[in-house]
Write a protein that binds this ligand. Structure first.
Ligand code: UAG
Ligand code: ATP
Ligand code: API
Ligand code: MG
Length: 494
């Protein structure tokens, strides 16, 4: 139980309240709760204030519109009413005070692609330094304490609950993903960040954000609003937006650590050499060069590793200790993960590329590791940004030798229509041989069957996912498992 004052809140109607819990959903209200009636994408939470009051809410947090919608109910009840200009932000700060404890050092990373990879590498670096770290994001809470999550950036009540539980379980360091939805909805506004990172900015989620600029502005909220003035910004300067992000941070007085091949980078990538099992990387930190062997496939994973190293340094670690950990970093589940190898040596990789830029990056990253042909399985999700579908098809056809368009979580949409949109982009490119095989298991079996010595297969789109969502049904489906089964069957192991 906490008083409003303890939560940093004051009721406009002068009422006091003893809060027993927090919720954003009227259907979950129990006696003594603070109900946050938030402006939603489809409906204003103010419409559910009556229900929340009926269920015994002690306080309502809303905006002027919510208070207006429920004015009669509020006037007739003794509930405390907090009217905030930005109730999502107030809720985030309230959730932080409600749960109290959180890991001592928290960093966050935003960008279209690479967030899960960077936050996982941060956690691995901390672990290698004998610190109790976690990453929080698309793959749940992983590391010294684990917990499943439904969202990449959970809403603030869940976020602060898991951070408190992690801290109570001895976790001192956390690296979290800041999704554009999460930033737009102020989900991390109550988190105290030591450092924040930026990977890149390309197309995704144009179903949610009205324009590219709105999508970029949402991401910039991490630096303009969430990271304090004395926080450190770690920026990939090689991305076309990188210098602008660095400028935005410098104008706020934040220290900037530039990362990348760019001349201005403090953590500067000087060279990479690729082979079948990984890469050798040469980089400089403040002018002094270092050479490390990374057991990771894909040049972009070196960018992610350096960004993670920059974040861990920015959050207080000794650079030399950080660099010593890098050869021990392991593949991030579902990101350029070697899933199986055929008896003839051909490799099968599973990767979470689900944007046009990621498909291009993943395929071009494979090239220097592969002597023969690259076969790609690609598909796009239903009920998501439709404009990215042809672009994903085109990216696959431009960068692979054989492309198989298949299904990836069609959700409520007609899978054939999604495939047609991906195919429409692929056919414009010429070059690659194109196939359409809706059933993903069959697509994987056929692709594995095509593999000749020296070839490699990239199964893109689902990464770590364990289900195929068709309509409302989630069927068990795991690309890594399917790949090893296909190899076992075709090589006569089973
Ligand atoms: C599109 C989106 O982000 N929606 C989020 C948003 O919901 P909304 O605005 O659509 O809510 P709404 O249905 O209009 O309802 C408005 C309010 O009334 C409340 N309500 C509604 C009905 C009722 O009976 N009682 C009640 O109290 C709702 O809880 C809500 O607070 O606000 C809700 C909390 O207030 C979030 O839970 C919800 O996230 C949904 C679950 C979601 O799926 N979000 C996804 C798209 C997401 O955030 N993904 C990102 C991106 C991952 C990536 O990078 O790919 C992520 O971080 O996971
Ligand atoms: N630095 C990078 N630059 C370009 N593409 C990348 C980069 N890092 C990862 N990718 C591509 O993006 C895919 C997803 O990577 P990751 O899961 O780390 O990104 P994410 O930002 O967490 O994605 P999500 O938005 O789904 O949470 C990878 O499988 C790879 O294909
Ligand atoms: N976080 C992303 C993941 C997409 C993964 C892909 N497998 C799909 O279902 O589109 C989204 O929800 O848009
Ligand atoms: Mg992620």
């Amino acid at each position: 139980m906490k008083t409003l004052a303890e939560l940093g809140l004051t009721a406009q109607n002068g009422r006091e309240a003893r809060i027993e819990g927090l919720t954003v959903d009227s259907r979950n209200v129990t006696s003594g709760d603070l109900f946050a009636a938030l402006p939603g994408a489809t409906v204003h939470g103010g419409n559910f204030i009556a229900k929340a009051v009926e269920l015994g809410a002690a306080a309502i947090l809303t905006d002027t519109q919510g208070a207006q919608i429920a004015r009669d109910v509020l006037a007739a009840s003794d509930v405390a009413v907090i009217v905030a200009q930005d109730p999502r932000q107030t809720l985030a700060q309230t959730a932080s005070l409600w749960f109290g404890a959180h890991p001592r050092t928290v960093v966050a990373v935003t960008g279209t692609n690479g967030k899960t990879s960077v936050s996982t590498f941060c956690r691995q670096i901390w672990e290698e330094m004998d610190l109790r770290g976690v990453n929080i994001g698309t793959t749940g809470v992983e590391g010294a304490w684990t917990h499943p999550l439904k969202h990449t950036t959970p809403e603030p009540i869940t976020l602060h609950r898991v951070m408190a539980q992690a801290a109570q379980n001895g976790v001192t360091h956390a690296a979290m993903e800041a999704s554009s939805h999460g930033l737009d909805q102020r989900r991390l506004d109550g988190v105290f960040l030591a450092a924040a990172g930026f990977t890149n900015f390309t197309q995704d989620h144009l179903d949610y954000h009205a324009t590219f600029d709105a999508y970029f502005d949402a991401k910039m909220g991490l630096f303009t609003r969430v990271l304090p003035d004395d926080g450190v910004a770690v920026i990939n300067l090689d991305d076309p937006k990188g210098p602008l992000v660095a400028q935005i941070c410098a104008e706020r007085g934040q220290e900037v650590i530039g990362v990348g091949r760019d001349d201005h980078a403090r953590l500067r990538l000087m060279g990479q050499r690729f082979d079948a099992t990984g890469q050798d990387v040469l980089f400089e930190w403040q002018g002094k060069s270092h050479h490390v062997r990374l057991a990771l496939i894909g040049g972009f994973q070196a960018d992610n590793v350096l960004l993670a190293a920059g974040l861990v340094i920015a959050a207080g670690a000794d650079p030399a200790d950080v660099f010593d950990t890098l050869p021990h970093l392991g593949t991030v589940h579902g990101r350029m993960e070697l899933a199986a190898t055929r008896a003839n040596g051909a490799a099968v990789f599973v990767d979470y590329a689900h944007t046009p830029d990621a498909v291009k990056t993943a395929l071009t990253a494979m090239r220097p590791h592969v002597m023969g042909r690259i076969i790609a399985i690609v598909g796009a999700g239903g009920d998501r940004d439709t404009t990215k579908r042809p672009l994903m098809g085109a990216a696959a056809a431009q960068n692979a030798d054989v492309v198989i368009v298949s299904d990836d979580n069609p959700r409520s949409e007609d899978p054939a229509a999604i495939r047609a949109a991906v195919m429409a982009g692929a056919v414009t490119q010429g070059g690659a041989a194109l196939h359409e095989v809706g059933d993903r298991a069959e697509a994987i079996l056929r692709a594995v069957d095509m593999l000749r010595p020296g070839d490699a297969l990239l199964i893109a789109g689902k990464g770590h996912e364990t289900g195929q969502t068709i309509g409302d049904t989630v069927l068990p489906f795991d690309d890594v498992e399917q790949a090893s089964m296909a190899v076992a069957v075709l090589d006569g192991i089973i």
